[in-house]
Design a protein around this ligand. Structure first.
Ligand SMILES: Nc1ncnc2c1ncn2[C@@H]1O[C@H](COP(=O)(O)OP(=O)(O)OP(=O)(O)O)[C@@H](O)[C@H]1O
Length: 610
């Protein structure tokens, strides 16, 4: 018996549209057809378990075969099969209306959204027409007493359906590859596509004699069944040639949404190395995309691994995805899991955690800055390190410095350096006072400091070179000046003349005689403004666009050199002043070019004059 018919009477022909619009992603036809074959096989297995199918299951592989000569690709399964009636219902009506709906949605979108939709939405069975000008289905249902069915469609809305003899239960979908799709007649091309999308499908997929997939990837197993080696091996499979991960989290939740997966913490050395799009998104073991934006919180995109969830709505556009309740819950869940894991590592193995800190620190701080909930958890396990290399939690650090580093207003002043080498003199000066100095060197740290100042009560941060040591943490006691007011004015004028630079604001301060004769500082506020300006922070910063460098030059009223300057004749006084100022510049790494040459010349001269 043969029947012909029209798939739908009131729809325009969708096939040219499918073909035209989906040009960039033709390869997904194979993912769609192979997953259909896998679904049909799994359905049969379920029926067998329920006792509704009593026959022999036999070998349940899905086979993909290529006949280049005949221009045919065949996808065969030994699943539950379809009767002629079922083909009419599932392929002609349901699948077709699904494809039609897809095309309708697709037509309205702009190009960017289109790419997004294609990547995340399977066209289903009709995606076959992206590469084939004729598609045949040969199917034998598992139901006893049913006849085999043969369906043919040439890419118009017309189809034929007839009975046929098919010995084996299951379905063969035969694609007659169109003239413009020759690339899919290459074995290597098909293998690449299969490996990309089908590598972890739950039923064996055989292509040209070899099975291309792992049916039970480790994320589908229970953590208790797995060893560390299993996890690292899997990581190597996903990312060959990369360094071993630091640690991982096995995700496993089935309520209120379904999600499994493994997230790895990669070894990252600096911000520039962050590699996004390393997490692969699967839906029931079928690879969907590695664009997990919106499904995974921004700061977690630095992680690697696999997420598998049938609950992530792949068939909706981007803007909708962000607002989707399930996606929001998944975001919250993953963030919580990651925070819990870090907390656990910190509690169980503090030493190991400290060793890993240089790799995870950046990530933890990034998380704290971008997610309030994460901050709340991470504030207990985020670490800071002082210049001596010792690690502290925020609480531990506050405890340890508060006896010594509170100013006269009971404000705790935390001192830090962004470069212990370059700011060495200032670090030593602070340490000599009994102060501790933290290393906060990463680009992210300036934002992190800002956040901590908001969160921690009565606490401010100052870079060690933000002021002279006595003023860095202002106490009640003051050092008296040995100079008269007249001397101070003279000194100020002499130095200003010797330096003759408008960006250097000279002031005479009563410092300890042990401190340097001249100290150059840049106020904390001013430096932060400039930092923000440099890193392109916020529009409001534009007004500081022409902010000049502005330094404070403190002349130490109590230093022996100062006395010499005052006692010398004008010419020698200016030389001495210039020389002490240059020394201060030198200690800040600010003496360059002509000034440096002049300094060396003068030094040599002074030395030989002795
Ligand atoms: N190999 C097959 N064996 C048995 N039934 C099949 C096979 N391929 C397709 N079908 C039937 O045709 C229907 C439509 O398939 P189609 O791929 O268009 O949509 P789908 O798989 O339901 O959804 P999706 O859009 O996610 O692919 C399937 O639901 C299934 O009932």
């Amino acid at each position: 018996m043969q029947e012909t018919g029209s798939i739908s009477i009131h729809t325009e022909n969708i096939f040219p549209i499918i073909k035209k619009f989906l040009y960039s992603d033709h390869e997904i036809f194979l993912r769609e057809l192979v997953s259909n074959a896998v679904d049909a096989t799994q359905k049969l297995k379920s029926l067998a378990q329920l006792g509704e199918f009593k026959g022999e299951l036999g070998e349940l592989k899905v086979r993909v075969t290529l006949d280049k000569e005949a221009r045919k690709i065949t996808i065969s399964d030994r699943g539950l099969g379809m009767t002629g009636e079922e083909i009419k219902k599932y392929i002609n009506q349901i699948a077709f209306s699904g494809a039609t709906e897809f095309v309708e949605k697709y037509k309205e979108k702009d190009a960017a959204t289109k790419d997004q939709i294609i990547g995340q939405f399977g066209l289903g069975f009709y995606s076959a027409f992206m590469v084939a000008d004729q598609v045949e289905i040969f199917s034998q249902s598992y139901k006893e007493g049913t006849e085999g069915a043969h369906w043919t469609c040439d890419g118009s809305t017309e189809f034929t359906l007839e009975t046929t003899e098919k010995a084996e239960r299951g379905t063969d979908v035969v694609l007659h590859v169109a003239a413009d799709s020759d690339e899919f007649l290459e074995e290597a091309r098909l293998r690449t596509i299969l490996t990309k999308y089908c590598k972890f499908l739950p039923i064996e997929i055989e292509f040209e004699g070899t099975v291309i997939n792992q049916t039970q990837p480790i994320w589908t197993k229970q953590p208790a069944e797995l060893t560390d080696e299993d996890y690292t091996k899997f990581y190597q499979e996903l990312y060959p040639f990369s360094e071993a991960p630091l640690f991982w989290i096995h995700l496993n939740v089935d309520y209120p949404f379904n999600l499994t997966g493994i997230l790895y913490f990669p070894k990252v050395k600096d911000e520039l190395q962050f590699q996004r799009n390393k997490i692969q998104l699967y839906s029931r073991q079928v690879f969907i995309t590695d664009e997990v934006k919106d499904v995974v919180p921004e700061f977690l995109m630095l992680l690697h691994g696999v997420i598998d969830s049938p609950d992530i709505p792949l068939n909706v556009s981007r803007s909708f995805l962000q607002a989707d309740a399930a996606v929001r819950k998944i975001n919250t869940y993953i963030t919580k899991k990651v925070a819990d894991k870090l907390g656990e590592l910190f509690r169980k193995d503090r030493t190991g955690y400290e060793q890993k800190w240089s790799d995870i620190g950046l990530f933890v701080k990034y998380g704290m800055l971008s997610d309030e909930k994460f901050y709340e958890k991470a504030k207990d396990f985020v670490l800071v390190q002082n210049v001596g290399g010792k690690f502290f939690t925020l609480n531990e650090y506050q405890e340890s410095v508060q006896a010594n580093q509170k100013d006269k207003n009971e404000q705790l002043v935390i001192l830090y350096t962004t470069d212990a080498e370059a700011q060495h003199g200032y670090v030593v000066a602070a340490q000599d006072r009994g102060y501790d100095v933290l290393q906060l060197e990463a680009v992210l740290d300036s934002h992190f400091i800002g956040q901590l100042e908001q969160k921690l009560e009565k606490t401010t941060f100052k870079r060690v070179d933000a002021d002279t040591i006595g003023k860095l943490i202002e106490k009640d006691e003051t050092t008296a000046s040995v100079l008269s007011d007249d001397d101070k004015t003279r000194l100020q004028e002499l130095f200003a003349k010797a330096i003759s630079n408008e960006q250097m604001h000279v002031q005479v301060d009563a410092l300890s005689p042990q401190e340097a004769p001249v100290i150059i500082t840049m106020p904390e506020f001013m430096r932060r403004m400039k930092d923000m300006q440099r890193t392109g922070g916020g529009g409001g910063m534009a007004m500081f666009g022409s902010l000049p460098d502005s330094y404070t030059v403190s002349v130490n009223a109590n230093h022996a050199i100062t006395q010499r300057v005052l006692q010398a004749d004008e010419e020698s006084a200016l030389k001495l002043a210039r020389q002490s100022f240059d020394l201060a510049l030198l200690s800040q790494n600010m003496l360059k070019g002509e000034a440096l040459t002049a300094f060396i010349k003068l030094s040599t001269h002074l030395l030989s004059a002795e």
